[in-house]
Structures are given as structure tokens and as C-alpha cells.
Design a protein around this ligand. Structure first.
Ligand code: SER
Length: 497
């Protein structure tokens, strides 16, 4: 079954159980400052769970685009190193807003995977929260799973929260055993991080709202939020154990391989595999992020996007890929995903040209930065990359620290993060100092008087919002505003200038 058929079958199954099909929402969460990106299917329904908004339906089903590359749920560092982690993935989910609860949620999930998809029952293991006797009873007595394949786990594994605050609750998870030839152990065991037992479905019983002080407040109505990664399910259904071998990734990897120079093509394929997988993952996330109107920049979501792009370009550099290889992969992503997400086609040109410009901008410094790093690596003693080198790579060559961390990991080295932060703090101080004097001296005398006044201090423009009187506006290469109090201007103001 290909991934499009699986997606359709899931939506159809739950529609037949009276669920309303709700389209995927944007990767930028709608009016939710607690989240960087939409990281789960429940994000667009958060207010229904909290009871602060009401919906026209009490049952919903969706295939939600998610990005986990920052904040509480961040899989960026694992991409390329495991068979199952992605920065971008689709989450298939069914939801109950005060409608059905544990028994019906578990029964439908089991029915779907064993009767609709025909996944063999003896390949499945489940976990429950150790306090959740009710779910354990449902699995053993109603569904008939042998007791030894119902494993109790603690909060780390079986209590799901969307972030530091918001809806949360205990969960029960379904795992698929890819077989003894794959390294890894059963859930709850010390080897559970391997790729043998893969969690395919998480069924969360939304019962609490966590507030900033850490307290759990009962939700007005117990609800259900489930999530099953389409990539992992496709691997199961297509008889492969690695998500990157499914139809969602195969053609992207194949196209990238075709772009390898002959010298690289002649080498052992396995040498390229993990970089090709990183590239295939990152082209999907960047394509979808740009479609959702995020542009590469030096702050916030735009910086996460830029970091993902640069990480992919570094892997391309490692494989001696030609320049602009990355933007050339956009049409392949759109070919695979455009049927389910028609907006991709409309945004194709914008996505390609955004990536093309980023490739142009980074290619020169990437080359120089890598040369610097190689040279420095020859002279370091021990296994730690010094902080000043990491800082120089960041400051002069535009290497985000996670890009350097990625290189360090490949070479079994560590980063001196403390030294890096120290260099960063010193640089910020220098820039604060120089900004004080970065004035166009061709000003009128009265304005200059205000600046010379010792009670004036330079404030870096960061977050914050207040009302203030403008005492002076001094245009120059960097415009200066003098206010009647120590206040921080909102970013919004800067953006609109
Ligand atoms: N919110 C849960 C998760 O992301 C289930 O959908 O795993």
C-alpha cells in the first residue's frame, strides 16, 4: 500500500465512524505563542481540549503536517542517525472532544491496524501508563493481548504534553516489532532506543491542562488525541524497516544520488546514505515551511529554517554535490506530496527561488568555513573543538552551532559550548558598545546633546512593548530613537519600518 493510499484509508475509516475530516493546519500555529511550529495533530484543536472554544463536531480526523525542529519536541539531531526520526512528518490522528474515551479509542485503533491494514497481531506490543489500570484491562480483557505484551511505563514514556504548558495526559502506545535482525529492545527495556520496536501509534487521554507553575488542572471534559506517523506506518506496510526506504523518500534520495559527481557515484553507496537521508528529510521540511510563508532569516522560525537548509547544504558539500542541488529537489517533493497538499504546486517557484538564493549566499562561506575547520582539526589536541573556533565558524562563516555539532558527531568529537557562549557574550558586549557610538555625527546640536547626556543609555532592541514619548529621532546609517524612559521596542515595530 503506498503512502497516499494509507493516508486515505485512515481518513476514510474514521469518517465512517462519524469523524469530521479536518484539513492539515499551517506549520505556524495559529495565535499560539507557546509553540514554534505545529508539532502534533492536536495543535489546531488545543482550544477545544481546553474548553475555551467550542467546535461544530465532537469527533475529528486529520493528516497533519508537523515539524519537530525546536522547542520541547525536537528531532533535528536524530535525523540521519535513526530509521525513524524526521524534522518534517505527517501525523494521522483521530480526536474526541468530550465524546468517546479510552475503550472506544483503543478498540478503533486496534480494529484499524489489525483488520483494515492487516498488520499481524503477534508483531504488536503495547505500553500503558503505570497508573492506568483501566487501559491495561481494556488491552488484556477486551482486546485479548497477552499480558506479557502489555508493558507499564512511567511519565517519561507514557505521559504526553504538547509543551511546557497546555493540554496533556497519560497515553497508551502501540509498537511494531520489525524483527530480531534489527538492533533494539522492547519498550521500557534499556535497548528501547534501537530501531527494532517502533512506536507507531500514540493514544493520549487528554485529562489535564498544565499551567506555567507546573500544576495539572483537570480539563472540563476528558478527551482523546491520537497520533500515528505516516512515515513509520508506511515502512510497516511496505515491508521495510527504515522510513527512508518508503515511497515518501525513495525518489528524493534517488534523484539526489543522480546528482552525485561520478567520483562519488563510484564509491560504496553506504558511505553516502546518512547524508542523502538528511538531505531528503530536510528538503521536505524546508519545502513545507516555505510553503507556509516562513522565510530564512536570523531569528525565530526563520532562523530554524535557515539552520535546516544550511545543515542540508553541508551534507551536500560533504558529498561534493553541485551547487543548487538542494533547490533542484523541490519538484520531486511536490511530485510525491502535491496530490495531498495542492498548495505546494502554487508555491513551487517561490520555494525553489528561496532555496536557490540561500544556496548562493551560503556556498562561499561554507567552503571557506570547512577549510578553516579542517585546518583547525589537524592542530587540536584531544577530542574537543574549542569555543573560539565554533564561534568563528558561526560569526564569520554563518555555521549555526548545530551544524558544527553535526560535523563533530560524525568525527566523534565534542564541542566546547561554554567557551563558545563566552565568545558570543563578549561579542554581544562589543556590539553594544560600538552601537553607542555608531552615530551619524552630522546631527543637529540639540539631538547630540541628548546623546551626550550621561543619563542616556543604549538599550538593545529586543522583545518588549511599552508606551513612551519620543524625545528625539536621529536618522543615520543606524537610526536612533531617544525615549523618555528605559523601554524596549517591540519587534513588530522594527519589522514594519
Ligand atoms: N499528541 C500525541 C503525539 O504527538 C498524539 O497525537 O504523539
Amino acid at each position: 500500500m503506498n503512502s497516499a493510499e494509507i493516508r486515505q484509508k485512515f481518513l476514510g475509516y474514521f469518517a465512517s465512524k462519524k469523524h469530521t475530516i479536518v484539513p492539515s493546519s499551517s506549520l505556524v500555529p495559529h495565535s499560539d505563542p507557546t509553540l514554534l511550529f505545529t508539532n502534533a495533530g492536536m495543535v489546531q484543536f488545543k482550544h477545544f481540549f481546553l474548553g475555551s472554544e467550542t467546535s461544530d463536531y465532537t469527533r475529528a480526523v486529520s493528516a497533519q503536517c508537523c515539524v519537530r525542529a525546536g522547542g520541547k519536541h525536537n528531532d533535528l539531531d536524530n535525523v540521519g542517525y535513526t530509521a525513524r526520526h524526521h524534522t518534517f512528518f505527517e501525523m494521522l490522528g483521530n480526536f474526541s472532544f468530550g465524546d468517546y474515551f479510552k475503550e472506544e479509542a483503543i478498540t478503533m485503533a486496534w480494529d484499524f491496524i489489525t483488520n483494515e491494514l492487516n498488520i499481524p497481531r503477534d508483531r504488536l506490543t503495547v505500553t500503558v501508563h503505570h497508573s492506568d489500570q483501566e487501559s491495561e484491562n481494556i488491552w488484556i480483557k477486551k482486546i485479548g493481548i497477552p499480558k506479557e505484551r502489555v508493558i507499564q511505563c512511567g511519565d517519561n514514556d507514557n505521559f504526553w504534553s504538547m509543551g511546557e504548558t497546555g493540554p496533556c495526559g497519560p497515553c497508551t502506545e502501540i509498537f511494531y516489532d520489525h524483527g530480531a535482525d534489527i538492533p533494539g529492545g522492547a519498550p521500557g527495556s534499556s535497548e528501547s532506543d534501537g530501531d527494532r520496536y517502533i512506536e507507531i501509534w500514540n493514544i493520549v487521554f487528554m485529562q489535564y491542562n498544565r499551567t506555567i507553575d507546573g500544576h495539572l488542572h483537570p480539563l472540563p471534559m476528558p478527551s482523546v488525541d491520537t497520533g500515528m506517523g505516516l512515515e513509520r506506518l508506511s515502512a510497516v506496510m511496505q515491508g521495510v524497516h527504515n522510513n527512508y526506504e518508503t515511497d515518501l523518500f525513495k525518489e528524493i534520495i534517488h534523484t539526489a544520488e543522480q546528482m552525485l559527481p561520478h567520483t562519488e557515484q563510484a564509491r560504496d553507496k553506504n558511505e553516502h546514505l546518512s547524508s542523502l537521508r538528511v538531505i531528503a528529510d530536510h528538503i521536505r521540511s524546508t519545502t513545507f515551511l516555505i510553503k507556509d510563508n516562513i522565510t530564512p532569516s536570523n531569528e525565530g522560525r526563520g532562523y530554524v529554517l535557515r539552520r535546516i537548509i544550511r545543515r542540508a547544504l553541508r551534507h551536500g558539500h560533504k558529498l561534493n554535490m553541485p551547487i543548487h542541488f538542494f533547490s533542484r529537489l523541490v519538484p520531486v517533493v511536490i511530485k510525491i506530496m502535491g496530490g495531498a497538499y495542492p498548495d505546494l504546486k502554487k508555491a513551487e517557484h517561490a520555494i525553489e527561488s528561496t532555496l536557490y538564493r540561500e544556496e548562493d549566499a551560503f556556498s562561499l562561506t561554507l567552503n571557506q568555513g570547512m577549510k578553516l575547520l579542517e585546518k583547525e582539526l589537524l592542530s587540536i589536541h584531544g577530542t574537543v573543538i574549542p569555543g573560539d573556533i565554533i564561534f568563528k565558524l558561526y560569526d564569520t562563516y554563518g555555521f549555526p552551532i548545530d551544524l558544527t555539532a553535526d560535523i563533530a558527531r560524525e568525527r566523534l568529537l565534542q564541542l566546547d559550548e561554554i567557551g563558545y557562549k563566552k565568545c558570543m557574550a563578549e561579542q554581544q558586549e562589543r556590539s553594544r558598545q560600538s552601537s553607542k557610538f555608531d552615530i551619524d555625527y552630522n546631527q543637529n546640536e540639540q539631538q547630540m546633546e541628548i546623546l551626550r547626556d550621561k543619563s542616556s543609555t543604549f538599550l538593545e532592541v529586543t522583545h518588549g512593548e511599552t508606551e513612551a514619548q519620543i524625545i528625539a529621532y536621529i536618522p543615520g546609517e543606524k537610526d536612533i530613537l531617544v525615549l523618555d524612559k528605559n523601554s524596549l521596542l517591540p519587534r513588530r515595530w522594527r519589522a514594519s519600518r
